[in-house]
Design a protein around this ligand. Structure first.
Ligand SMILES: [Zn+2]
Length: 226
């Protein structure tokens, strides 16, 4: 039990922190001053359309379930673009927060987290893999290990902007499993930023299945309407 003095001290400390934080904190999307909000303001939050649907993809007789936290529109689209192209790791924190909620709301069960890989060339160009960043944040939030077990061995065009057919051709044969022993019999959660046709999810699952894994679930920050 805390005594009155400690409580008062804690309250004072919180006030000071609030002041310090309020001083120059602005919403990373609209630059509005933030009060109690942390990274984006309530107005920007209000136009994030939560995605409650999930669907199964069948990969070599295995059902893999795909979840997305929100639709790829409004503030969620802006957050994804900021994380991907503007090095905004704070945008990533917001997205990962929504992904954590999706895990809890759907009671998604898994032993390890992995992520959709990028080629070495693409990582060198961007400096980081945004899906790995989201996976590592989630790993911390839900206290599960993050294992790198897929390599991207073929350069592909960005899925957004390609026709439905081209997306499947574009991505086929571009992933390869590594680290097979570390994922054997494990239930896996694959993390990606955006789900479009499900082609990326399909080919990642099809590689992971080679390692005799348990259940596979896929979780993306956003789902783009095809
Ligand atoms: Zn805002």
């Amino acid at each position: 039990m805390e005594n009155g003095f400690v409580k008062s001290l804690r309250f004072l400390l919180e006030c000071v922190l609030d002041l310090v934080y309020c001083g120059d904190e602005k919403c990373i999307l609209c630059r509005e001053e933030l009060y109690k909000d942390k990274i984006i303001c309530t107005t920007c939050k209000s136009n994030i359309k939560i995605c409650k649907d999930s669907f199964d993809i069948k990969v070599h007789n295995k059902q893999c379930r795909c979840y997305s936290s929100a639709y790829y529109s409004g503030s969620m689209m802006e957050l994804i673009l900021k994380l991907k192209y503007k090095n905004s790791f704070r945008a990533g924190e917001v997205i990962a927060g929504y992904m954590k909620d999706t895990i809890f709301n759907n009671k998604i069960e898994f032993d390890i987290i992995t992520y959709v890989p990028m080629t070495k060339k693409s990582i060198k160009k961007r400096g980081y893999n945004q899906s790995e960043y989201l996976a590592r944040l989630l790993g911390k939030y839900v206290d599960k290990p993050v294992v790198s077990c897929l390599d991207k061995i073929k350069d592909t065009k960005d899925q957004i902007g390609l026709s439905k057919m081209n997306r499947w051709d574009n991505i086929q044969g571009s992933f390869k499993i590594n680290n097979e022993h570390s994922i054997e019999n494990k239930n896996i959660l694959i993390i990606d930023d955006v789900l479009t046709t499900g082609a990326t999810a399909f080919y990642c699952c099809s590689e992971l299945i080679k390692a005799k894994v348990g259940k596979i679930n896929i979780l993306t920050g956003a789902k783009s309407k095809v």
